[in-house]
Structures are given as C-alpha cells and as structure tokens.
Write a protein that binds this ligand. Structure first.
Ligand code: TRP
Length: 336
C-alpha cells in the first residue's frame, strides 16, 4: 500500500462473502464504492470464506466461488497495487484473534443479534457455534487492521456496533488495544431493489431470477430482465413516492451513467416506459461489459490469480500479526 502521504490515510476495512453470483446491487451499492475509495484511503478488502462456512457449503462449489469472487473484485477495479486484497482464511490471525474476542464477548450479546436469530430459523438443522460467533470473527477482521471506517449495509450495522462495543470494552480493560471503527456511509451508492418487487432489496436469493441482475449476466439476459421490470401504470418517467419500480430504475440509470434525476426526467419526457427500460438495460450492459471481460481474462490465468492472492495474504498477515501479538501480550499470553 502506498504510504507516501505524510498525513496518515484512514484505514477502511470491508469484506464480502463468496456467495457466488454477485448482483448489480452488490456492484452499485458496495463494490463501486470500494473501488472509488482506493485513492483516498488505505483500503483492505477480504473474501470472507470463514464466514461462508457458518452455513453448510458444498466444498467444490465453495472453492470455485472463492476464486471467482476474488477475481470479480479485481475485475471491478480493486487494484492490488493500491489496496490489500486477500482471502480471509489465508491470514490465520483472523481466526486467532476471533478466539480471544470470543472470550471477551458475552453469550447474551451474540444471542441478541438479529441475523443470528433469523439464520437459526432458516438453518434450524445447523445452528452451529460458528454461526453464533460470526460477529466476533467479523470484529476480528476489522480490529486486526485497526480500521477507522467500515462501509456496511443495513444488515451488518448491528455487527459493527457489537465490534465497537467489544473494542471499547477491551480498550478499557487492557488499555488501548484497538481503534474503535466508525460506520462509513458512502456519499454515493444506490440501494438497488428487485426488478420484480421494487419494495425488496435486490438479492440473488430472490425466488424469481428476473428480480436480480448478476454482474456476470450475459447482455441478452440483462436486457430481458430490464424489459420485464415491474413499473406502474402512470407512464411518466419521474421520481416520486409510490413509483418504486421507476424510482429503482432511475437510481440504477443514474448510478451507471452519472446523470441526475432531473436530467433523466428531461431525457425521457414524453417517452414511454419501454424506451426507458431499454435505455437502462443498455446502460447497465455497457457498464458491466468491461467487468465481464476482465473477469474472463483473469479466470484464464489461474497462476497469476494465485500470485495475487498469495501476495495479498502475506502483506495482510504482516499487518495483522502486529495487532495480534500486541493483543496476545496484553491479555497475558506469552508471545511466540
Ligand atoms: N458479514 C459480512 C457480510 O456478510 C461480510 C464481512 C465479514 C464483513 N467480515 C467483515 C463486512 C468485516 C465488513 C467488515 O456482508
């Protein structure tokens, strides 16, 4: 990472699960910001594979998804020359610090996590200890790098609060161990909704595959999904309350073209929804085309990809080792 700046750049940490098939929502809502933040901050990005195994995974499929998600981060523009980018399980300090944090986190605190309650219902046959301790592993991810800022969506906000609680408490007991991270709310960043039910967030677990666009979808599939997007019967391209479908399409169009809502309304004045949906579809195809091309190229050279994630893990590990060894000493373990 470049440290030429005399003023210390703030550290940003974020991670994404290798769940396969990241969507346009992930791209516009998170990844595009990850890319944009690279110059202003010291960015550290991980593939959260240890979090992924808190629910049952098919090993061969998981392996493929980890590599693909890593390649996708590079394809959207995360630059390993500027940012640290690595696979969580390749940096053993994450699991090591997570254990120490577990011993400083209360059963009750973890039991109150909404995501845990919801996931235990959804995976009632596998309510494992890892699922329960998921937030303290996440805290370890963040605290290891003394991160100042963590960009997270609404679903991870409670976990970040818990991270802050753990850090503050341990700082009190052991005296200045961790930077207490703040949530980072990006200036821009679209909240992309389902194309079939625009009151719900776009998600790849949508029952209806027409509800989401995957970053790697083929242009003809993207066009089809936009043409079928749910709108309303007013036939006016205008941002207004109650026009969830149109508002969502305008948000997407604005995010990929950089145009303001006023400009979009002017552009489509007197035109129908058909024209608008086609324009949004085409703009999305254009935005995703270079990503898909870079992804394909990266996946063709596995050895090069391997070099990148190995180097990333080594660099991350050097950084993480410093925090871990300080924590180990302060809690009374003997350094190795
Ligand atoms: N739990 C996050 C998610 O599912 C991924 C994640 C793991 C993360 N560790 C993190 C996000 C640390 C921010 C910071 O989206």
């Amino acid at each position: 990472m470049d440290n030429n700046n005399t003023e210390r750049k703030k550290v940003i940490f974020s991670a994404i699960q290798p769940s396969g098939m990241l969507t346009l929502g992930n791209y516009l809502g998170a990844l595009k910001n990850w890319v944009a933040m690279q110059d202003e901050y010291n960015c550290i990005y991980a593939i959260a594979d240890l979090h992924a195994i808190t629910v049952r995974q098919e090993p061969a499929k998981l392996r493929k998804q980890i590599i693909e998600t890593f390649a996708l981060l590079l394809a959207v523009g995360i630059d390993p020359q500027k940012s640290l980018v690595f696979i969580q399980s390749h940096v053993p300090q994450h699991a090591e610090l997570a254990w120490i944090l577990n011993c400083n986190t209360q059963f009750g605190e973890l039991g109150r996590m909404t995501q845990f309650k919801e996931k235990s219902q959804r995976h009632a046959d596998n309510i494992n200890v890892g699922l329960f301790a998921y937030p303290s592993l996440m805290a370890a991810d963040i605290l290891l790098y003394q991160a100042d800022l963590v960009p997270v969506g609404a679903d991870q906000k409670q976990h970040l609060e818990l991270t802050r609680d753990i850090a503050t408490r341990m700082n009190g007991v052991y005296n200045n161990l961790f930077t207490v991270p703040e949530p980072y709310i990006p200036k821009i960043g679209a909240r992309v909704m389902s194309l079939q039910d625009p009151t719900k967030k776009m998600s790849k677990s949508d029952d209806n595959p027409n509800g989401y666009v995957a970053i790697l979808d083929k242009p003809e599939d993207i066009m089809r999904k936009f043409k079928r997007a749910v709108t309303d019967s007013e036939a006016v391209v205008k941002y207004a309350e109650g026009k969830d479908g149109i508002n969502n399409l305008m948000g997407i169009y604005s995010a990929v073209t950089g145009r303001s809502f006023d400009q979009i309304e002017a552009e489509f004045e007197g035109k129908g929804y058909g024209d608008f949906k086609t324009a949004v579809g085409e703009a999305v195809c254009e935005a995703l085309r270079p990503v898909r091309e870079r992804f394909d190229a990266l996946m063709k050279d596995k050895a090069a990809l391997e070099d990148i994630y190995r180097e990333g893990a080594q660099a991350a590990s050097r950084f993480a080792a410093r925090t871990l060894s300080k924590v180990q000493k302060k809690v009374g373990l003997i350094g190795r």
